[in-house]
Design a protein around this ligand. Structure first.
Ligand SMILES: Nc1ncnc2c1ncn2[C@@H]1O[C@H](COP(=O)(O)OP(=O)(O)OP(=O)(O)O)[C@@H](O)[C@H]1O
Length: 251
């Protein structure tokens, strides 16, 4: 294995004395799809928010491509290629699919969204935005407001906006949560496609999706790493089975 693209050392996050993440050291290898799993309350979301810089750790360090990013703001790490997917928020729900991806393209350049950008830049963005929408299967939905897209397509749009940031590492937060089986397989295939030439770190509850997609799996329990390995190894591990059956978290 080469040098990890993400190296988290001894991450700790306390909330009023409660250790949500308690000494997590995690390496993500470039070109892999890596899952964070664990029972409810295990610390997956907190860990994810630390890695995407949406939360500052109480202690510990994070390196991205060898550089210490522990004190970086989310926008800066995103521009450097570590990008998390976002649920299309209420603010952008009224914008069309094309406009949502267009915003990501502008954000990539560090610009705030500007409807009055130069026509040349807008035309180039539009072509790129259309390509990205085609890639995620939204070729018929360029002008549909995000709010009107069915759930599975909304999640596909989120992936397109993430791709608009030109990520080297994509951080996906429960990409198949709340989906019907048919959408789950579509998004699984989509993640597989967009993972080519990239690194993906995802929090995912659906173990079928994890087994299908992920090269490496880190299992958290009570804020700590319980087991790490490929899917078959962790799925067989007694401690993992027990943590799922027993609820694993602290609640
Ligand atoms: N902002 C916060 N303030 C206080 N406690 C928090 C906060 N965020 C998370 N926690 C606690 O930290 C623990 C870990 O939460 P986290 O959301 O990271 O777990 P999770 O593994 O993502 O769980 P789930 O699968 O239910 O989403 C939980 O006990 C939670 O109650």
């Amino acid at each position: 294995m080469g040098e990890p693209i993400i190296q988290a050392s001894n991450l700790v996050k306390n909330f009023k004395g409660f250790h949500a993440v308690n000494g997590v050291s995690l390496n993500v290898e470039p070109g892999t799809i890596h899952a964070l799993i664990g029972a409810n309350g295990a610390g997956k979301t907190t860990c994810f928010n630390l890695l995407s810089k949406f939360l500052a750790p109480t202690s510990g360090a994070i390196r991205f491509k060898g550089r210490d990013i522990t004190r970086y703001k989310p926008d800066r790490v995103a521009r450097e290629g570590l990008v998390r997917s976002f649920q299309i928020s209420a603010v952008f729900a009224s914008l069309t699919a094309l406009e949502n991806v267009g915003m990501a393209l502008q954000r990539r350049r560090g610009e705030s969204f500007d409807f009055w950008n130069s026509p040349k830049k807008l035309a180039a963005d539009r072509t790129r935005a259309e390509e990205l929408l085609d890639q995620v299967g939204l070729n018929g939905d360029y002008h549909t407001p995000a709010a009107e897209l069915p759930y599975g397509r909304k999640r596909a749009l989120e992936i397109a906006t993430t791709l608009g940031m030109d990520p080297e590492v994509m951080l996906l937060d429960e990409p198949t949560a709340g989906m019907a089986t048919e959408d789950v397989s579509r998004i699984t295939r989509l993640i597989q496609t967009v993972a080519a030439g990239r690194t993906v770190l995802m929090v995912e509850h659906n173990l079928g999706v994890v087994s299908e997609l992920c090269d490496r799996v880190t299992v958290l329990a009570r804020g700590e790493i319980l087991v790490e390995g490929d899917y078959d190894t962790v799925a067989r591990d007694e401690r993992v089975i027990e943590s799922y059956i027993g609820g694993g978290g602290h609640g």
